[in-house]
Write a protein that binds this ligand. Structure first.
Ligand SMILES: [Zn+2]
Length: 138
């Protein structure tokens, strides 16, 4: 496994603002699902490291970073990722691979979002409202 739950809870903003971003047991379960069902299969196929920007966000942290009020990040169901170079080209490659894996039914996601022209990639596990939605936010 290339990812840990702790890694998905780490946040520079939380650190700086003294926000305790410790997940509850049920949120931890979601983060484990996110790793096992989505992130790791993507990482295995990608064959290169994937950088995690932001996974779980407690309500205080979500507010501090201006996250949506219904964000799946609040439940440990979503993660923002990018390539090592963080270039548009390499982030697009990562996005396109995830998209292809969804289409080939190799992974089931909630949402896959190209955020601001491949600035980063948001990917989540399914919940009641989201399943295999592929979107772009401009
Ligand atoms: Zn996100």
């Amino acid at each position: 496994m290339n990812f840990t739950v702790d890694e998905l809870c780490r946040s520079k903003t939380a650190q700086r603002k003294g926000i305790d971003n410790t997940p509850t047991p049920s949120i931890r379960v979601n983060l484990e699902k996110l790793i096992v069902n989505v992130l790791q299969p993507l990482r295995d196929k990608y064959g290169k490291p994937i950088i995690v920007d932001s996974g779980y966000r407690c309500p205080k942290l979500n507010q501090a970073v201006g996250g949506a009020k219904t964000s799946q990040h609040l439940y440990g169901q979503a993660v923002d990722i990018h390539s090592v170079s963080d270039s548009v080209k390499d982030n697009k490659e990562l996005f396109d691979l995830a998209k292809q894996m969804i289409e080939n039914k190799e992974i089931v996601v909630g949402q896959l979002i190209n955020e601001y022209n491949y600035n980063w990639v948001h990917i989540s596990i399914p919940d009641g409202k989201h399943k295999n939605q592929i979107l772009a936010i401009k």
